[in-house]
Structure formats: structure tokens, C-alpha cells
Design a binder for this molecule. Structure first.
Ligand code: ZN
Length: 492
């Protein structure tokens, strides 16, 4: 398939033809969650948007290295380098270890994303796993003259940087405005100027998350991890950097400044930002009660919606909007998506039972396929793709009731493409497959265990047991293959 993909680049506000640095390969970095709380639906929307993008890039033939970090240190309560570390605070409130907080909410995040059928990234690095890289990066920024150390902390010197390389190109903010709008320093901070940001913070005596560094026992600034990890795994220039719209400033702007300070090169070719999710027309916020967690949505145990909605309905609902538009979640909107999703699933079922005729009438299948690709090639326009799929369902119904016809060749092609767009591109699952997903996981786990028991039996020369396992599995169409690396199985 020809790759003529247009992507909207936040860096210049234009749709551009996507061209990867290395032919057929894409490097994509997406800012992941700060794991101090259950992942909220708005974040899920961001990651589902990038899951769609990841899936489509692979679908049209790219090999994608998708890096999505886990922020497990350094993210303070507010964005101006003040307040407590979010994870340390949670650990203090619950009297547990910070790493227990991290483990708990990383697991919650992964489980939730699995329910949404989001693919795992290729690399999922953590901030605490890359302290050394971050310290090295700070040293390089200091060497270039764009950072200063003061009382054990290190800050990025935005004004000095801006004299050599313009600061603010992603968010469109002018340095004069930033200076004008920044609050005066409150005397608590060591920064020379309010627009400067922390690269390393000296830990207060009661701060529990701390690491040794040339400057002090402390912790890295939040913006630094993404620069250190993206350049480590994707190179000093890479194709796509994504995240939620709210990260554009200051987080992404600071990432650009850090990378440019060291390498004097634009680090990222395409900046992609996913828009937010509102609830009943208002911003979601825990503090106002206008909030709903993914699991509360799936179980129906919440005071906002009067029924439960499955992860697939929720995913479908989100994909019915373009990733750059705001989506408003409400009872009515979800119910409409539920109906739409069910219609699509029914259409897929009917498709398998259609009978072919001599000729096709009523829909040009070639054109239909082209329009599906065109929708996705136009900055991943999933709502338009879904609209085309609804057209196909209408046509499938007409063929099924004998009003329209489809040839054998067209039927094959329609079926193949409908399924590819449904399962692979949109990442949806029919209710049957969704239910089977967990069972299949358990079955695989049980079979792995049987393989281990059989390997052990063979080691102990207990061939009676090893043969019993092999023969019994063969009877239920599960094939065992022995090789030098151990046994593997195949479900036929
Ligand atoms: Zn980031």
C-alpha cells in the first residue's frame, strides 16, 4: 500500500506529508502516565489515540519503535518545580513505600490499557531506571553553558538559551510574554528567573526519593526524563513525539530546549497532540466530583451514568471523534456509540454469511477501500473511516436481504478490509473475542506450566509423564514441538 500519509504537526500548525527519517521505520515517543493514581479516562483517551496511530503506521507497513515512558519520580505537584513529588506524597499519605505506589498504579495502568485492547509499546522505560542517563544529560547542558547550579540544584537558563536558539516554538509563546506573565519568585526558590526550570533538585531532608549526583542528593526535574529516554532509544532526531494537549507547555517546550541545548538540532520532526475528554460538557476533575474512572465505567458503579459501558464501547466512542477534537462523554453519546458498535458487529457477522452473485451492484468496493485509506491517511481520521464502515454495513444488509448483489471477488475483498479496519486499525474486538481474550490468556498460562512440568519430567527421565502430557494434548489438537531450546506448543 502506498504510504501517503498526512499528519498535523503541532510545531507549525500544518498538515504535512509524513516522511520518516529512516525508510520504512518510525521512531515514536509518547509521554506516559505519572503513576501515583488510578489512570483517568482523559489519559486513556490520549493513549488510545496513540494506539490508533501506532496501529495504523504498522498497518501501512512501517516498523515502529514505540517508546512510552512511566513517570515514577520527579513530577512535582505543580508544574513550576514546586510542591511535593506526586508519588512521594501518595506514599506518605498511605504509609507505604514509593515503589509500592509505583507498582500498584503501573499495574492499574497496564491492566486498563489491556482492557481497551491497546497494544503494548516497544519500550516502556521508567524515570527511576534512567537516573544515570539524566545526570549525564545535565552535565552536557552545563557544559554547553545553558544551566547553572545553585545550592545543590541545577536549573535550565531559559533566557540565555533564548539568546542563541529561540525558545517557545512549539507553544508559540514569546519569551517577553513569559517574563511578563510569570509570578515573582517567592523567595523559596533558588532560580535566577521564574521561567527557568529544574534539571536537578536537591532533596529536602524529609524527601524520601533521592539519588546521589555531582550536585547533591536529589532527584531529576520532570521534563528531563523524556529528553534523556527519547534520545537514548530513538536517537537525537526522531520522527514522532506525542502526548496530551496539556503537555505542550511547559513540558514539551522544555524537552525541545533541553535537546537543542545539547545537540543544536530540532529533536522531533512531527509533534502530535491528542485533545481532551470532557464529561457532561465540563472538564473532568476529581475535586469537583465531575469524574469517572475507567473501572467505574465498566462496572456501572458510579453516580454519573445510569448503566455500565464495556471497554470496547468506550474505545469505539472515543474513536468516533478525531484525536485532535474535544470529546464529550455523556450518557446519550455513549448509548449512541453502543448502538453504532452493535450495528457494526452485526454487520461483520452478516458479512460471513453473504452469498456471492455473478456481479456487484450498489457499491464500488475498490472505491470504498480507497476511501477508508484516504480517511486514515488524512491525519488518522477515524470518525470518517467509521462512517465509511457504516456505509458498508448498510450495503451488507441490502445484499443480505437480496436488494443488492456482490461478486465473489468483491465479497472476499470487502470482508478482508472490513475485518482489517475493525480489528487491526481501530483495535476493536467483537464481544465474543473480547470475552475469550482472558480465557485465552489463562489457557496459554496453563499450557506454559504443562510445558515446564514436561521438561522437568524429561530431565528426570520420567518419560511416562512426559508422553502422557504430549499424547493427551494431541488428542485435543494441541501440538507439542520439542527443540534444543525446549518444548513449545501450538493450538490447532
Ligand atoms: Zn514527557
Amino acid at each position: 500500500m502506498e504510504k501517503k500519509l498526512l499528519v498535523y504537526n503541532s510545531l507549525n500548525g500544518k498538515k504535512e506529508t509524513f516522511k520518516s527519517i529512516e525508510k520504512d521505520h518510525v521512531g515514536m515517543y509518547v509521554c506516559g502516565p505519572t503513576v501515583y493514581n488510578n489512570v483517568h479516562l482523559g489519559n486513556c483517551r490520549t493513549f488510545i489515540s496513540f494506539d490508533l496511530i501506532f496501529r495504523y503506521l504498522q498497518f501501512i507497513g512501517y516498523k515502529v519503535r514505540y517508546v512510552r515512558n512511566i513517570t515514577d519520580a520527579g513530577h512535582l505537584e505543580n508544574d513550576s518545580d514546586e510542591g511535593e513529588d506526586r508519588i512521594a506524597k501518595k506514599a506518605r499519605l498511605e504509609s507505604i513505600e514509593p515503589m509500592e505506589v509505583v507498582q500498584r498504579y503501573t499495574t492499574d495502568f497496564r491492566d486498563t490499557m489491556a482492557k481497551f485492547n491497546a497494544l503494548s509499546p516497544s519500550i516502556e522505560p521508567t524515570a527511576t531506571g534512567h537516573i544515570v542517563e539524566q545526570i549525564e544529560f545535565i552535565k552536557k547542558i552545563i557544559d554547553k553553558g545553558y544551566a547553572y547550579q545553585i545550592n545543590g540544584s541545577v536549573y535550565f537558563d531559559v533566557l540565555k538559551f533564548n539568546k542563541d536558539i529561540p525558545y517557545g516554538k512549539l507553544s508559540g509563546r514569546k519569551i517577553e510574554e513569559l517574563i511578563h506573565n510569570s509570578r515573582l519568585l517567592d523567595g523559596q526558590s533558588d532560580k535566577r528567573n521564574p521561567q527557568d526550570f529544574a534539571l536537578w533538585k536537591k532533596a529536602e531532608p524529609n524527601h524520601i526519593m533521592r539519588w546521589p549526583s555531582p550536585w547533591s542528593d536529589g532527584f531529576p526535574g520532570w521534563h528531563l526524563e523524556c529528553t534523556a529516554m527519547s534520545t537514548k532509544y530513538l536517537g537525537i532526531q526522531f520522527d514522532i513525539h506525542g502526548g496530551g494537549m496539556d503537555l505542550k507547555f511547559p513540558h514539551h517546550e522544555c524537552e525541545i530546549a533541553q535537546a537543542e541545548a545539547v545537540y543544536k538540532k530540532n529533536p522531533v520532526n512531527y509533534w502530535l497532540h491528542a485533545n481532551m475528554l470532557t464529561l457532561n460538557g465540563k472538564k473532568m476533575a476529581k475535586s469537583t466530583g465531575n469524574n469517572i474512572l475507567p473501572n467505574e465505567m465498566f462496572s456501572g458503579e458510579n453516580s454519573i451514568l445510569n448503566k455500565s459501558f464495556s471497554p470496547m464501547i468506550t474505545r469505539f466512542f472515543m474513536l468516533q471523534a478525531h484525536y485532535r477534537s474535544i470529546v464529550d462523554l455523556s450518557q446519550n453519546a455513549l448509548e449512541a456509540s453502543e448502538k453504532g458498535f452493535n450495528r457494526l458487529v452485526e454487520g461483520l457477522k452478516k458479512l460471513d454469511k453473504l452469498e456471492a452473485s455473478e456481479v456487484t451492484s450498489g457499491l464500488n468496493i475498490e472505491d470504498w477501500i480507497k476511501s477508508c485509506y484516504s480517511a486514515m491517511n488524512d491525519d488518522f481520521n477515524s470518525p470518517i473511516l467509521i462512517a465509511h464502515m457504516f456505509d458498508a454495513v448498510k450495503y451488507i444488509n441490502a445484499v443480505s436481504s437480496g436488494i443488492k448483489q456482490i461478486s465473489n471477488k468483491d465479497l472476499e475483498s470487502l470482508s478482508k478490509n472490513m475485518k482489517s479496519f475493525f480489528y487491526e486499525v481501530l483495535g476493536l474486538l467483537t464481544p465474543e473475542k473480547d470475552e475469550n481474550k482472558n480465557e485465552l490468556k489463562q489457557l496459554n498460562g496453563a499450557l506454559e506450566l504443562l510445558m515446564k512440568i514436561r521438561d522437568k519430567a524429561r530431565e528426570d527421565k520420567d518419560f511416562e509423564t512426559s508422553d502422557l502430557i504430549r499424547d493427551s494434548l494431541e488428542k485435543i489438537q494441541i501440538q507439542i514441538n520439542d527443540s534444543s531450546e525446549g518444548a513449545s506448543f501450538k493450538i490447532n
